[in-house]
Design a protein around this ligand. Sequence first.
Ligand SMILES: NC(=O)c1ccc[n+]([C@@H]2O[C@H](COP(=O)([O-])OP(=O)(O)OC[C@H]3O[C@@H](n4cnc5c(N)ncnc54)[C@H](OP(=O)(O)O)[C@@H]3O)[C@@H](O)[C@H]2O)c1
Length: 262
Amino acid sequence: MDLQLRGLNALVCASSQGLGLATARALAAEGVNLYLCARSADKLAAAAADIRATHGVRVETGALDLSSGEAALRLADLAQQALGRIDILVNNVGGPAPTKATDTSAEQWRTGFEQVFLTAAQLSNALLPAMRAAQFGRIITITSISVLEPIENLVISTAMRLAITGFTKTLADEVAADGVTVNTVLPGVIHTNRIEDLRRAKALRSGTTLADEMQKTQQQIPARRLGRPEELGAFIAFLSSKRAGYITGTHTPIDGGLRRGW
Ligand SMILES: NC(=O)c1ccc[n+]([C@@H]2O[C@H](COP(=O)([O-])OP(=O)(O)OC[C@H]3O[C@@H](n4cnc5c(N)ncnc54)[C@H](OP(=O)(O)O)[C@@H]3O)[C@@H](O)[C@H]2O)c1
């Protein structure tokens, strides 16, 4: 299927590795030019060089800490200066600090709000006017399966991603008639460094090993395996496409059947 994405421009946030990078690769494979961001300039440069060599698309990068609304506005400016109009925005952030609902300070809540909610809301609104004027735009936010079922120790992630889910649903309603779709994608357990880091920490707390924790996770998933980052990337590329123009305001788990509710 030709996704008719060739020549469009995408800003993919938090994209030097993991889900962001896999999404960038999936879009590049369809001929989309990219603006990538993350904190580490070296990792970003390596990712960008590899994508350019593999797919021949234009890849620009901005090394910045995407953890505040102000940083998001700066990023929107940088990406538009580098590529012109951004047709596709993929909101993604580094994982918020793990805390319990009973033990999260006001400062941690504020940080989580800026990092997870405000960055996505500010980026979306900064890039929307050009999308609406062009009568085409795609805003896709990577959230988490935790918006459907809480995950132990990840209350900031869960609460702030529920907030962005509400924002997305409302925004989808406001801009659908202008050719802009707004959706979220909910990873279950997709094999990235973050997944290993979280299980390594759990193994330390429980006196088990990383291998034990990975094995337990696998057994909880009906597909009996972790997801592959490219499986999430492929879905986001489809949502970005002109073929997906009638899909908006949706929240789709990519989880191998992990979420068993309706
Ligand atoms: N993997 C899963 O199964 C899963 C499930 C549910 C939710 N999620 C969420 O999806 C997001 C991505 O997860 P992942 O598994 O891809 O994580 P990952 O492998 O750790 O990758 C995180 C990426 O974000 C960048 N990053 C981190 N903090 C940043 C910051 N402050 N500013 C800019 N870039 C930043 C990192 O680069 P630098 O370190 O160089 O900045 C890296 O490129 C996270 O929010 C995670 O909680 C993932």
